[in-house]
Design a binder for this molecule. Structure first.
Ligand code: NAD
Length: 282
């Protein structure tokens, strides 16, 4: 039976340290401030915003929310970003995803100045990530690496297979893993025979958002399994992995909930503090 990778516990341990760091900054007159732009009324976003707000408050980080109507046009989004870029009281800026279809998301993300781009989604920060000289890391990828490091799971030369090629999970995670000398494969919805790849994974990460996607027969005996997926099934939150069966084969596995999720929120707050320190020459 696999050992649990307890993201909830690790997140609370890291939060205690981060809180001390925030206090120290505040004693120097520096107030880390995160600003979130939310556009429209996506129900998932509402939950994430609430979680972020609560976590920020617990840590002493100020969170400002700008709520824009679903029918807002691109020019007004860009205008707001420019205004927040110039606002010295804001250290970190992000757009809550998803955004309504009429908007050009890439253009909006590219408008956020790299120094405040806490999600690491602006073109220059994505470039820095792949070049290995970045100063901000996407929260989920950062959280996953923190979890693997905490349990001393070596990455050097390991076969890591990631299911999902999104800009917020799969791609940035691949960039960070390459820096740590892992051999990385990214699978996606058009990949044929997922199992052929996943069976060779020493570490398997699923970020597809498909409940029941990863079955025990697709997992190598003794593999480490990281389930990023968050799905609602019959009122329950489940991941992408058939937990009960896969836990019989894996050596380590993340639960859902209580695995990657809490670490993502924690890692975001760490990035807010990191950007704040950088802007203040700390
Ligand atoms: P996305 O929809 O942008 O990307 C999903 C990816 O999975 C795509 O690249 C797609 O090609 C791939 N995919 C979908 N079905 C597949 C299949 N059957 N076989 C192989 N690949 C398949 O989603 P996202 O924003 O990257 O999020 C993915 C999942 O992770 C969602 O469930 C989301 O809620 C969750 N998520 C969790 C956290 C966390 O903190 N735990 C953070 C971000 C996202």
């Amino acid at each position: 039976m696999a050992q649990l990778l307890n993201g909830k516990l690790l997140a609370s341990q890291r939060a205690a340290k981060l809180k001390e760091e925030v206090n120290k900054l505040k004693q120097q007159g520096i107030k880390p401030t995160l600003c979130v732009i939310n556009i429209g009324n996506d129900p998932g976003s509402k939950i994430y915003l609430k979680t972020k707000k609560r976590r920020a408050a617990e840590l002493g980080i100020t969170q400002k929310l700008y709520q824009l109507p679903a029918e807002v046009d691109q020019a007004n989004v860009v205008k707001l970003i420019d205004q927040l870029n110039a606002d010295k009281s804001i250290n970190a800026l992000m757009i809550q995803l998803p955004v309504p279809h009429q908007l050009n998301l890439n253009e909006a993300l590219g408008r956020i100045i790299p120094e405040k781009d806490v999600d690491c989604l602006s073109p220059s920060n994505v470039g820095r990530l792949w070049r290995g000289d970045h100063f901000v890391e996407p929260a989920t990828a950062h959280g996953i690496l923190a979890l693997l490091d905490h349990y001393d799971l070596d990455l050097h030369g390991k076969n890591v297979v990631i299911i999902g090629r999104s800009s917020i999970v799969g791609k940035p995670l691949a960039a960070l893993l390459l820096e740590r000398d892992a051999t990385v494969s990214i699978l996606h919805s058009k990949t044929r025979n997922l199992g052929e790849y996943t069976k060779n994974a020493d570490i398997l990460v699923s970020a597809a958002g498909q409940p029941g996607l990863v079955k025990a027969g697709m997992v190598k005996q003794g593999a480490v399994v990281v389930d990023v997926g968050i799905n609602r099934v019959h009122g329950q939150t489940v991941g992408d992995v058939d937990f009960a069966d896969v836990a019989q084969r894996a050596s380590y596995i993340t639960p859902v909930p209580g695995g990657v999720g809490p670490l993502t929120v924690e890692a975001l707050m760490e990035q807010v503090v990191g950007l704040t320190r950088r802007q203040n020459g700390r």
